[in-house]
Design a protein around this ligand. Structure first.
Ligand SMILES: [Zn+2]
Length: 468
């Protein structure tokens, strides 16, 4: 009798407290601030690791964390090949008609050049001898068959791939030309389907001259990683929130991954604010916030150089693509099929279920099996960690540029999934690694994703730290 009374009192005491904290977190998260962080990061440029815009972004983030009175550290990671496009222009002319191809965006590692008034032809094959010395509007996936296109001795190549009114109406995907340690031999610009149509209709009526230029820097650089800390009672061990800070696709990178960065900064902001207000107590272990200078590369560097990091990390909560969702309004957590992740995935499921369909939270959620391809997986690679599989999840609203269908992981209930029960559909971004990955097309269009991913991660972390 006494026991059950005590239990009752304990529960009665505990439950409202958790609800209060969640309500305070909900109040403190600012959608406007999240959106603004994305816009400010995108304004700095593509932010690829080791480039000037990458370093500017690191300085911006350092200031954001320092403004919160957090201890901030920067790490210059090991060197990698860098590409930074600065300015470019592509214009077609036929007699008095001048058409500026505003969608043009350089493929990664296109060399700098300047060309005035050169004939452009629409060609289907790189072996067509007319390509030599001319500008080419090429058919197909130029980045994939690049070696042959480069051998064509064309002066510049425009590529509208996938050239589809649905996939790339007004923007272009941005691909990497295979030239890891230097410039690719021939510059390639992606253009939108609409610009390709305009160019083709011009070519139907006569000869077209192309003027084009690209100012770009190719070299080597060291990505800069920023790490901030809220000290815990035990400072040796820490929970890590993180996101890659580079637009690894080479476009504006609003969803991939200014959205993830914004969420990490927002969680740091809210956590510190609630700590100062006495709503949250000093955490049992430190809470760290890392923005990686370059995806995967910097994470590996961190594990190699940070003394005993893999042993000291309690859990990793990574963000990648938290700013859009092409077909659904869901929050996802992955991977749920790794043994070491069971307690943290369970904590996330409790939180996601608790706030399911509450105002300002999520209408749909799911966890899914390992898909790979983002920083959390580095913490689960025995080679990178020296043997330990660190509990590490990624929280997101979209992954890649097409839907991924996976079987639900056995033994995990998915009460928040609204699709078919036998498959989890991982949502995607329509502008993945494309020039269209702008705030207007992602975080400004559906800002609730940022808010939901912030709430899920922060409440998931609190739940995990409290009920581990
Ligand atoms: Zn990413």
């Amino acid at each position: 009798m006494l026991l059950s009374c005590t239990l009752f009192v304990a529960f009665a005491f505990l439950a409202p407290q958790e609800a209060d904290v969640a309500a305070e977190v909900r109040k403190a998260v600012s959608q406007d601030r999240l959106r603004q962080t994305v816009r400010e990061l995108v304004d700095l440029g593509p932010r690829m690791g080791g480039t000037q815009s990458g370093t500017r972004a690191a300085e911006y983030l350092k200031k954001r964390f320092a403004d919160l009175d957090l201890q901030v550290q920067t790490i210059d990671d090991s060197e990698l090949a860098t590409f930074e496009p600065r300015e470019w222009k592509v214009t077609a002319r036929q007699g008095d008609r001048v058409v500026e191809l505003q969608s043009a965006w350089p493929y990664l590692f296109s060399p700098a050049f300047e060309l005035e008034e050169i004939e452009i032809l629409a060609l289907g094959s790189p072996t067509d001898e007319r390509a030599k010395g001319r500008a080419v509007l090429a058919k197909g996936h130029v980045a994939r068959g690049y070696a042959r296109w480069a051998a064509s001795e064309a002066k510049v190549i425009l590529c509208a791939y996938p050239d589809d009114p649905e996939s790339n109406p007004t923007w272009t995907p941005v691909f990497r030309l295979r030239a890891r340690d230097g410039a690719a031999p021939v510059p390639v610009f992606g253009i939108s389907h609409q610009d390709a149509e305009r160019l083709r209709s011009l070519l139907e009526t006569g000869a077209v001259q192309l003027s084009a230029s690209l100012r770009a820097e190719i070299g080597k650089g060291r990505p800069r990683t920023v790490v901030a800390e809220i000290p815990g009672r035990d400072r040796k061990r820490f929970l890590l929130f993180c996101a890659h800070g580079d637009s690894d696709g080479g476009g504006p990178g609003a969803d991939d991954n200014a959205s993830g960065e914004a969420v990490v900064v927002e969680i740091a902001t809210v956590w510190k604010q609630l700590l100062d207000a006495g709503v949250l107590k000093q955490p049992a272990v430190s809470v760290k916030f890392a923005i990686w200078g370059a995806e995967i590369h910097s994470t590996r560097h961190f594990l190699e150089t940070e003394q005993g990091a893999a042993e000291r990390i309690v859990a990793v909560i990574n963000y990648d693509q938290a700013g859009t969702g092409a077909e659904r309004d869901a929050v996802y957590v992955e991977p749920d099929d790794v043994e070491a992740n069971k307690p943290i995935v369970a904590a996330f499921h409790r939180v996601l279920k608790r706030h399911h369909e509450q105002t300002g939270f999520w209408g749909e959620y799911a966890s899914n099996k390992s898909l790979g391809g983002t920083d959390s997986y580095v913490f689960q690679s025995e080679r990178a960690t020296g043997g330990r599989i660190v509990p590490a999840v990624t929280v997101f609203s979209s992954a890649w540029g097409r839907p991924t269908r996976v079987e639900p992981t056995p033994g995990i209930e998915q009460p928040g999934w609204k699709g078919k029960p036998d498959e989890i559909v991982v949502d995607y971004s329509r502008v993945y690694h494309a020039s269209g990955d702008t705030p207007e097309n992602t975080t400004e269009l559906e800002p609730a994703n940022l808010e939901r991913c912030t709430l899920a991660g922060m409440l998931g972390a609190l739940e995990y730290l409290t009920h581990r």
